[in-house]
Design a protein around this ligand. Sequence first.
Ligand code: UN1
Length: 493
Amino acid sequence: MHLRNYVDGTWADSASGATFENTDPANGELIATVTKSTTADVDRAVEAARRAFGSWRLVPAPKRGEILYRAGELMLKRKDDLAREMTREMGKVLAESRGDVQEGIDMTYYIAGEGRRQLGDVVPAELPNKWAMSMRNPLGVIAAITPWNFPFAIPTWKIMPALILGNTVVFKPASYTPLLAVRLVEILEEAGLPKGVLNLVLGSGGDLGDHLVTHPQVDLISFTGSSDTGAHISELAGKLLKRVSCELGGKNAIVVLDDAQIDLAVDGIVWSAFGTSGQRCTAASRVITHRGVAAEVIDRVVARAKKMRMGHGLDATTDLGPVVSKAAQDKVASYIPIAQKEGATVAAGGRVPTEGALSKGFFHEPTVLTDVKPNMRVAQEEIFGPVTAIIEAADVDDAIRIVNSTKYGLSCSIYTQNVNNAFKFMRDAECGIVYVNAGTIGAEIQLPFGGMKSTGNGHREAGRAALDVYSEWKSIYIDYSGKLQRAQIDTPS
Ligand code: UN1
C-alpha cells in the first residue's frame, strides 16, 4: 500500500519523491509506504484551502451538515475495517479501536446537527427601532495537527466543527498514523466535500509543522500532543498573533477513599491505567488511595496487572497491545530506574519482554509502582505508557491536594459512597474533566473536553465549546429609526 497527500481535490505524491514507512508496532510488519511532504506541499495545501474558503463559507450550513451526515454513514458502514487498520497501525486492541471510530462517528453526527443551529443571540437594543444580534463567523484556514493515539476520533474533533462553521482545513496527522488520516479524508471526499476544503499533508512534524503554523494564510492552529510541542507552537503563533487551541498532557489521578466500593475502583483503575496501553491523555497514571484501604487496593491492582496478556491487538485474547514506537518504549522503560532511584517499588511489571513474538514489537509490561510520594518524577511527569503510580493519602483533603499537585489538569476521578466528599472533589479538583465512581477515561463528545493549567490554553474540544474555537463572534446592530441615535449618550428630556 502507498499513501499520498490530498491537495485541492487530488491525491498525489510530494514532489520530494521521498517516502517513509508505516509499520505495525506489534510486530514490525510493513503496512504502507508514505509520501514525505516538504514545505512546498504545505504551501500548496494552504493555498488550496484559502481559495476554497471563498466559496465554502457561503455554502448554507445545513448543506455542509448534509455532507457530514453522509460521512457519518460511511464511517458506520466501514467501522470494522477502519478499526482493524487502526489496530495494525498504532497497536491498541480492537475493541478500543472500534471505540475510537465510534467516537468519530458520534462527533460527526453531533456536529452535523450544528448545520441547523450555530445559535447566536438576538437581544433587545437600548434604543428604539434598533435591532441587536450576534452570529458566528468562520475564521478561514485551520491547521489541524493531530496525534496518533486517537487517529480517527481526534481529527474529527477538529475537522468537523471547523467545516460546519465554514472554515477550510489543512490536516497534518501524526506520522505514525497516516493510514487512518487517509481513510478519514477518503470518507469526506466520498461524502461530497468540494475540492480544496480539506487538504491532507503527510510527513513528520519539525519543519513541516513550523511552516504550517507560521504560514501567513493559516488563521488558527488546533493542536493535540505533548506540552513541549504545544509550548513551541504557541510561541511561534503568539508572535504572529495567530489563534491557537492546544490540548496537551495529563497526569490524571484516581482517588479511592476508605468508603469506596473497592471492586468498582479496581476495575476503573485497571481500565484507565492500562487501556490503550496507557497512551491516552486521560490515562490514570496516578492512583491516590486512602491509607485505610491502600493495602487492599495495591494487592488487587497488582494481581490484575500481572494477569494481563500482552499481544497483537487483533488477537481476541490480548489485553494489552504494544506502545506506538521504539522511542515510546524506551521512554516508558527509562522511568523504571528513575522510580527505583527515588525510592519507589516496582510491584508489578517493569520490564520490556525480550523473548518470543513479543520481542518483535514495542511492548512494555503493565507496571504498578508503589511507595510513591507525590513529588517524585513518576508522580509528576507524563509517561504515556502502561505505568501507574500508587500514592497514599490521609483523607479526602490530602487526596485533593495531591491530585492538584502537578502542573497538569485534564481528568481525575474519585471513588466514594459519601456524597459530601464527592461534591467537595467536584468543586476543588483542578481538572477539566471529573468523574465520580468511574475511571479517568471515556469522555463523551457532547460535553467539552480539555484541561486546566498546563494541559491546555483555555480552550475546549468537542461539545458546544468546540464551536467557540473555530468561529468568531460578529455583533450586528441594525438601526431602522431613520435618524442618528447615540448609544450610552444622555439625551436632554
Ligand atoms: C486522548 O487521549 O487524547 O476520554 C483522547 C477519553 C477518550 C478520548 C481520549 N474519549 O479517554
